[in-house]
Design a protein. Structure first.
Length: 315
């Protein structure tokens, strides 16, 4: 039993190392973009408006994807045959195409009655981010963890390159940031397809399984309220700042917040590694003890890290 526990811990620590490379690499690039944006986009109102658009996009992503990023990953881990995987992937792609089409129709209707600045850029970013969020988790579920990590680095690197092109060289301002984020995720999705050929190997229009569809949605849809609550606690403050102080202050707040995402990155690394471990160990006999030990260790490390980070910032 001790040997089995040690193997699980070793696998978990290995996963943390892999995810740390991807997350820390992408976050480093994100941090490097902050002074670039603040230097070349002097109008904080524009950056504040972009942050509002991004906040709204993050709110809509769970509804567009129906939280299939978690459902697809969860069910793919249990698949043993290529046909089972193809059934899940086919359902995910069909659902995404349908929900994004509905989103485009709604945006078109809105455009007839209300003039929303950057509406179509926001819609494009919503679409590619929805695909990116789900397909990267499909990549994890299919067992291509290194491809998943590499994709995150490629996406962040491309955001940096395209930001230099559009914001610095072409002086396109907020439009350039939109284009950089859209094109970067398209490049990342192309990379995934070139590496593992998800569409070619797993996507089929004629494969349908109503029972599987019901099971995935039964797992994914109940996650929506939790995701919305996290959005309310972590992102809704932008609207209060914009309403009472203005877009300029929201732009300053958005820039400052980029530097506080270090702890969030550490939490994300742990979550991604733990998510796979927890699913695989759910049927183990000693799961309760194993889960409790891991949770206690996580709480200890998190609060110690929070203490040192706060102490560093204040001093």
């Amino acid at each position: 039993m001790k040997g089995n526990t040690q193997n699980r811990i070793d696998k978990f620590l290995k996963d943390i190392g892999i995810y740390a490379i991807g997350n820390l690499g992408s976050k480093l690039i994100t941090f490097m973009l902050v002074p670039l944006y603040t230097h070349y986009i002097t109008n904080t109102d524009e950056f504040g408006y972009y942050d509002i658009c991004l906040t709204v996009i993050f709110l809509f992503i769970p509804f567009v994807t129906l939280q299939l990023r978690d459902g697809a990953f969860r069910f793919l881990l249990d698949c043993n045959t290529k046909r089972d995987k193809a059934q899940i992937v086919s359902f995910v792609y069909r659902t995404l195409i349908t929900s994004i089409s509905i989103s485009a129709i709604i945006a078109l209707i809105i455009s007839f009655f209300i003039k929303v600045e950057y509406l179509w850029y926001s819609l494009l970013l919503l679409c590619v981010m929805s695909f990116y969020e789900v397909i990267t988790q499909v990549t994890r579920g299919l067992g291509y963890t290194k491809v998943f990590v590499t994709t995150g680095i490629i996406s962040s690197f491309c955001i940096g390159i395209f930001s230099i092109l559009f914001v610095v060289l072409l002086n396109m301002g907020i439009t350039g940031i939109f284009l950089a984020n859209i094109l970067a995720r398209i490049v990342a999705l192309i990379y995934i397809e070139m590496r593992i050929k998800i569409i070619a190997n797993y996507f089929h229009f004629n494969i349908k399984n109503r029972a599987l569809k019901r099971d995935i949605l039964k797992y994914s849809l109940p996650l929506l309220p939790g995701v919305i609550c996290w959005w309310l606690t972590g992102s809704s403050d932008r609207f209060f700042i914009e309403h009472y102080l203005g877009l300029s202050y929201n732009g300053i707040y958005a820039v400052a917040l980029r530097f506080t995402s270090i702890l969030q990155t550490l939490v994300t690394i742990f979550y991604q590694a733990w998510q796979e471990t927890a699913i695989r160990q759910y049927e183990s006999k000693d799961r309760n003890k194993f889960f409790s030990d891991m949770f206690n260790g996580y709480i200890y490390i998190y609060f110690r890290s929070s203490y040192y980070f706060t102490h560093l910032v204040l001093n």
